[in-house]
Design a protein. Structure first.
Lengths: 746, 746
């Protein structure tokens, strides 16, 4: 019998590929240095992640969510754990979610996270699995998840053990929850969320149902009571946590929770499964029923790992160091967190900007669109590697327009958060369309884009400052630290994409109109400084201008989160035109090189993320791209918690490194050409989705004599010379082989 | 047609008796001087009252609920109104309920009661109706109610008008609510309650559904957001009220509410009906549907008035001044607030001490039993005037035992609050039984009483200090300010009642056992001081004893809320025995007279409430009763807001004045004799409930030559001399005439 089990485990792992790709994922990458990723257990694009929450409640932590701007439930630098949150954002710059915290403890129930928290030891994380020991309690906590449920396995010592469900603590600054203990094995409730970026207006409840593998001996709810005035003299719980033993009605309040107490034997394991929904408690229960493995933690964990291996295995790399593989697959992993599904197993989801409940038609409804970031490279990468998912994302975006009247900008759980600027749905959708993902409501998409690109007045939700832009071709600076130039630059690239869309749809007049609009960036070009410069409404340039102002996130007139240098080349749709106003190739190239040489470049943010690939536009200068890209890859990305140079921005920096290590980059969304550079790996095999890209595999082979060879000697496609340093998406997805031969110097 | 309407209105008022009795009710009596009644609109024993809430939010108020011990939503001394609460307690000494506040305002919505409140002008209150003008907004607010619903009519000025539903503010110190806007005319939700006397442990949610007569133009919910730390720099709503416009999901939190905004014409009236339930929102909606008059405010008000006239008209008085009539009928009115029904229209109610839902069988389920107070006179009065209601109260109490294992002590909304001491259900139930209200589960009742009277150990929830009492016949003083003597005195009278019950049920041994127990009070009698005195466990008296200690609610060793003087005669079941240990009649009478002569008597609390009637036990001394009672009636009860000498204690002081003005008093519950004294009115007609007391009306006729005649010259019953100064309940309820002839001096 034992042998048989041994064999079936072996077979199982064979089937599972021995964690073939997931073994190269280090979920701790990006968990410090403001990468804001977290090591929580999640499956690809899961609604749920179960994430250690260690950013509150103790001075032993380096970072506290309440002591500074803070946007992640977890920091590698911290060690005081106060629970495992079940809905979380990864790689974002603003705090939100991080709620529905489970926490195992022992002894007398204590609901105060400042007291019940524990130091974490021996953390371990692989895709779909996280484990840590809670030093204070000698408890081992292991986490895994499915798309819409989280599963936790706690190994307790002998004695009285507790599982706390904390609905007060959260990364969000929204408050309010309800909870109801259904019976000694089940609990349900809801938690308010929605203060992304500390803003108001995107409030939405999240619902849950949790089940325990063992009936609780005792249970109850708690509330942190407000501090009373004179009445404090008579109240025992003024300003204290109050416990309502055996309370089985709904409890409401700002800081509430529930506790379940068990008698445990030494090493006894109790498992908790939590189903989540943004629609209702009933749907959370449906999700739990559909995805639960009946408290089989190992099965859930194995399924999660299999799912990850399937997804990561779409790209197979050979060669490179183990660290390089880990950097690559972890980045690919980080592109699979957001956007995530929001539809329940029955297809229901909350409609955009309303509380109406809609139902999906076969496809998934996605949420968490950080589009100012992700339009630049993330969505092209998804179109290449995961076209079905990308198509569903486009459909989701178009449906958001149908539901709310506007395409999204920074959408979170069916709410527009109005974070960052521009009209970034346009390049995402147009780029996908031009890459062949056309099976969506194209008419509606065009109408949506046309609306935001032409609607005058402040009621234009995506382009509130459109009037002067339409009249004069640029957005004038009107307040000291407005982001006028950044706004306009986003509109130009959106309009250029819209022009391409119009062209593809045979709308010639529109094409010309939006193409013209897209060239307005020239208004900002200052001959004097050789860079883009804010302009006043009267057409004069802003005085007291410093093109370096804006470094390190300091405020800067006209530019958002960056300097003029970091925006000046952010016209990827008209490099030719930009070259012309910069007085030709030589000046352009030397100026661009200066950005790298004089440390004007910011690898940690998006406006200049495509800069290193721009040398490819100039014959004979491509080696600069190969050099700078490889330098950035080696310098900024590491197999370590600080291995992402800054905020991952929902996978945008990760998409950059994935592309860069594969030797290609989509410089301009809407332009389906990839700039080519030297790949890091000897062989990269892309398993193209046969439904979208029928044909062969795509193999990228790199030959080099020396590990340090980074300069391209030659490129061959299917055995023939490929003279260009670009390759079109259409050619790429036909599959076949691209062969790079590298050399040691330019 | 018009004439017809005129006639039918006339007929209606005729039928209604022109407010025959309700015209003599002044709901403002008791609303200052810590009477703690309120002028809210309520029907007899209604679950709902709609009450002006004016004890928070402004320095212009004399009393603030948060600045001192405070137990009423309304004070006559205050003028800053912050809404109308829908569940309230009247005449209690501890804060609770006072939640679900509606408030009409105008202009921009402001949810902060410190800002939106208004000065009240022109208050008017009659039974079932309350009106006031809100000076700040030029709004007239009128309130009425049914058993389970409140109705409010607001007359607005022209412009933008609002109705706020505040679920944060409340008299209770429990917090937490949920609210959901169903549509532009309906809202539902729940509010946590349950910190009676600032204690924990009696938490229970109350549910509501509210409907508006006019659809709102705009609506939304709000929440008072917690103050953030560093994040306050970025949040616009840290520590502020946050508004969620158009929010239609459930909202939860500590201080939340909802607003509805309307465009109103000059003098436009908007009506709000609120259904309430302690079971569920569904039941609140059922209650609203069953009792609502479809926004017909006048009809609801007329029905409420009719109900009051029916109830008050069970006793008809003639003679006396208008003030005396008003004092009398207002007191009778105040006996009809609590206990109140808790069962919904479908019979459902929350079971005692659990969240199980039970269903009543035909009878009403009552709640709010302040039994330490009410057992003394209130329940005998109910047994006489409202036997069906009293029987249902007894049934409710026995059902509470069945549900929770214990009879109630201070029950509030199916939760035992453990306030005050003793075993007061015993005298209430036994007294009713002996007065002929026997149609309840007598076996269960006896078992319940036997349990608390005999169960040893601290798990005896009603008599936690029973062990020494059982062993030695008294409760020893064990802490400086414990209430040991007060505890024991309650046990003695309970045990005496239990003895009577045992006797009636033929349980002779039990009778003797409990009768013996009831005489243990003698342990406390101090020959040295001539009063009861705390005793230590070793049998010695407490040293440093001052029989006057405990005046004005100062703490006192052994006695609760009183002095030794105020407890020494609190042995109404054994006046004979007490007389004996006090060395005979002469000493007893002079000592009792001393209590009145030396201002040792407290008219405002219960332990000595029967003292003035004790002279009746001594032949030739009855004139002292007549003198002292009349003096107290004239001195302490007024037709004015300070017209109740202290806390009405759920109608106990009111029951005292009703009895006293009718010329009789039930000195000892369980002893069905009434002590007689001179009535205030010339004629009192009691319409005995024919189902319980078939036969004639009871008429009490008083003849006097002079208005100041207060001494009894003779008493006749049905024309024959009645030589005793007592009359038995059984004789009384046979009806007929009792005739007092009064004289001017003793």
């Amino acid at each position: 019998m034992k042998r048989f089990i041994g064999i079936s485990i072996l077979l199982f792992f064979c089937f599972n590929g021995f964690g073939q790709y997931s073994q190269y994922v280090n979920p701790f990458i990006g968990t410090t240095n403001f990468g804001t990723t977290n090591p929580g257990a999640i499956v690809p694009r899961g609604m749920v992640s179960v994430t250690p929450f260690n950013v509150s409640g103790s001075d032993i932590n380096k970072y506290d969510k309440d002591a500074r701007w803070w946007s992640t439930p977890y920091s590698w630098d911290n060690s005081y754990l106060t629970g495992f949150s079940h809905v979380n954002l990864s790689g974002v710059g603003c705090p939100e979610l991080g709620v529905i915290l489970l926490m195992p403890t022992t002894g007398k129930v204590n609901a105060d996270h400042k007291q019940y928290g524990s130091v974490m030891k021996n953390q371990k994380a692989t895709p779909g699995y996280y484990a840590t020991n809670l030093e204070k309690y000698s408890i081992k906590a292991e986490l895994s998840s499915t798309k819409r449920t989280g599963i936790s396995r706690y190994t307790f010592p002998k004695g009285e053990s507790n599982i706390l469900l904390n609905l007060g603590l959260g990364l969000t600054n929204e408050v309010g929850a309800k909870v109801r203990i259904v019976n000694n094995k089940e609990i349900e409730g809801s938690r308010m969320t929605g203060t992304f970026c500390y803003n108001d207006g995107s409030e939405r409840p999240v619902y849950f149902v949790a089940r325990f593998s063992k009936p609780a001996k005792n249970f109850g709810v708690w509330k942190n009571m407000p501090k009373l005035q004179a009445e404090a003299a008579w109240s025992k719980t003024s300003g204290e946590y109050k416990y309502y033993d055996g309370f089985t009605r709904e409890m409401f309040g700002n800081e509430i929770g529930a506790y379940f107490t068990f008698d445990t034997e030494e090493n006894e394991q109790i498992i908790v499964e939590v189903g989540v929904s943004y629609v209702s408690i009933e749907n959370a229960r449906l999700n739990l029923k559909a995805e639960s493995n009946d408290f089989d933690f190992e099965k859930t964990r194995a399924e999660a790992e299999k799912e990850w291996n399937d997804i990561l295995g779409r790209v197979k790399v050979a060669g490179g160091t183990k660290d390089q593989k880990t950097i690559f697959y972890t980045a690919l992993y980080h592109t699979q967190i957001h956007p995530n599904i929001i539809n329940d197993v029955n297809g229901q989801y909350p409609a955009m900007e309303s509380f109406e409940i809609k139902e999906t038609n076969d496809c998934n409804r996605y949420t968490v669109f950080s589009l100012w970031d992700t339009y630049r490279n993330f969505h092209p990468l998804m179109a290449l590697l995961y076209p079905q998912e990308q198509l569903d994302m486009v459909r989701s975006m178009v449906d958001m327009y149908k539901e709310s009247g506007w395409l999204p900008k920074w959408e979170l759980n069916s709410k527009e958060t109005h974070v960052m600027e521009g009209d970034p749905s346009i390049p995402v959708i147009v780029d996908s369309y031009l890459r062949g993902l056309t099976d969506f409501d194209v008419e509606a998409a065009y109408a949506a884009m046309y609306k935001s690109a032409t609607m005058e007045g402040k009621n234009n939700k995506l382009r509130p400052d459109i009037d002067h832009y339409l009249a004069e071709g640029y957005v004038p600076i009107e307040e000291e630290f407005d982001n006028s130039v950044s706004h306009a630059l986003e509109y130009y690239i959106a309009d250029w994409n819209l022009a391409q869309f119009a062209k593809a749809l045979g709308k010639k007049a529109d094409y010309q109109k939006f193409l013209n609009q897209s060239l307005g960036y020239k208004n900002y070009y200052s001959k004097e400084f050789g860079v883009l410069r804010p302009k006043l409404a009267d057409g004069t340039f802003l005085k007291n201008f410093d093109p370096k102002q804006g470094e390190n996130f300091e405020p800067c007139p006209g530019f958002h989160e960056g300097t003029s240098w970091q925006y000046t080349f952010c016209v990827p749709h008209d490099i030719k035109g930009l070259t012309k106003i910069m007085d030709g190739k030589k000046n352009f190239v030397s100026k661009l090189q200066k950005v790298f040489d004089e440390d004007l470049y910011d690898m940690a943010n998006e406006p200049d993320i495509h800069y290193p690939f721009l040398f490819n536009y100039f014959k004979g200068e491509e080696w600069r791209t190969q050099k700078e890209v490889r330098r950035l890859v080696d310098e900024y990305y590491k197999n370590a918690p600080d291995g992402i140079p800054g905020n991952d921005d929902c996978g945008t920096l990760s998409a950059w490194i994935v592309y860069s290590m594969m030797g290609m980059y989509p410089v301009c969304p809407g332009d389906t050409d990839y700039a080519l550079t030297s790949p890091v790996f000897d062989k990269i095999t892309i398993e193209l989705n046969q439904e979208f890209y029928p044909g062969k595999k795509l193999e990228i082979v790199t030959k080099k004599k020396n590990a340090n060879d980074i300069y391209i000697k030659s490129i061959k496609r299917n055995g023939s010379n490929h003279s260009s340093y670009f390759i079109n998406h259409d050619d790429l997805v036909k599959g076949g082989t691209i062969e790079f031969e590298l050399k040691s110097s330019k």
